[in-house]
Design a binder for this molecule. Structure first.
Ligand SMILES: Nc1ncnc2c1ncn2[C@@H]1O[C@H](COP(=O)(O)OP(=O)(O)OP(=O)(O)O)[C@@H](O)[C@H]1O
Ligand SMILES: [Mg+2]
Length: 276
């Protein structure tokens, strides 16, 4: 099996923006936010993606997970014995192939119960059709019971015997604290048996104690479940503590790749991103 789970080859993505030219006339200008980007994601490792605000990191995640199509280029995914291009596949199909995602802002469904947030996440069944998944599973009590047991055991494994997630399982997810909502977003990914998970700023805006818990959970994904993690992160301490590899995105390309120490020590990264 190839040692890289994902190969991103010459991906380009442009958007059109409205600008005012020197004569004060409005015109549309096409600009490339991703411009011939190449990157390989090593299997069963943690790879961080860093880069300035608006560099195009989330756009790259949108392309990998099928929410956006690139203008050109290819992404080859290899898990178990299957190797395929995932460009052009709908998000739910990409989910079913074993690629899970946690979003930058919305980690969970706030009005659904804590338990339903867990039950709708399942790569093997319904992927991006959470409501069909719930209706179907309500008809099938045995599968539903198994999935509830699985959610319970994930909560116990990650958060201990007496955890607030199981206690609050029938309450809306918005009743959890912000940090707990983030942890629930990560716990959901364990329901899916994914091979690769994309995490968009998992530690943003939470306190150091929760960051610690998040790091433990991400490490256990890789070490105990053989998952590959690709994460966007602005906190350099987290990158140094957690990641095996680090990639730096600038001007639409990956301009540095290596160990976190190497990339964070790189002159261009220090000058253009870290400002030191
Ligand atoms: N659908 C779209 N149409 C037009 N422009 C877009 C679209 N999506 C993203 N952009 C622009 O592309 C740029 C990159 O956005 P993106 O969200 O990928 O950045 P990012 O690296 O994730 O930044 P941050 O670190 O702030 O999250 C931004 O300037 C954004 O405004
Ligand atoms: Mg982003």
């Amino acid at each position: 099996m190839n040692e890289d789970i994902l190969q991103i080859n010459s991906v380009k993505k442009s958007f059109v923006r409205n600008i005012i030219d020197v004569r004060g006339k409005e015109e549309n200008e096409r600009f490339f936010i991703i411009d011939d980007l190449d990157l390989q994601i090593p299997r069963e490792k943690i790879t961080a993606l860093i880069g300035g605000n608006g560099a195009g990191k989330t756009t790259l995640f949108n392309i990998i997970s099928g929410f956006m199509s690139p203008d050109s280029g290819d992404i080859i995914y290899q898990a178990e014995n299957k190797q395929m291009s995932i460009i052009g596949l709908l998000p739910y199909k990409i989910t079913r192939l074993g690629i899970g995602r946690m979003f930058q802002d919305d980690h969970i469904f706030h009005d659904m119960s804590v338990l339903d947030n867990m039950l709708l996440a399942d790569a093997d069944d319904f992927g991006e059709f959470p409501f069909i998944s719930i209706i179907y599973n309500r008809k099938n009590k045995i599968i539903e019971q198994e999935r509830i047991e699985k959610a319970n055991s994930i909560f116990k494994e990650l958060f201990g015997e007496d955890n607030p997630f199981w206690e609050k399982r029938d309450e809306p997810a918005k009743s959890l604290s912000y940090g707990q909502q983030r942890l629930l977003g990560l716990a959901r990914l364990f329901m899916g048996n994914y091979d690769l998970v994309l995490l968009d700023e998992p530690t943003a805006g939470v306190n150091p104690q929760i960051i610690n818990q998040i790091l433990i959970i991400i490490r256990s994904m890789v070490e105990e479940k053989d998952v590959t993690v690709f994460l966007i992160e602005h906190n350099m301490k987290v990158v140094l503590d957690l990641a095996d590899f680090c990639s730096f995105m600038s001007h639409g390309k990956i301009t540095a790749f290596g160990t976190p120490d190497d990339v964070i020590g790189n002159d261009e990264v220090r000058r253009t991103y870290l400002g030191v």
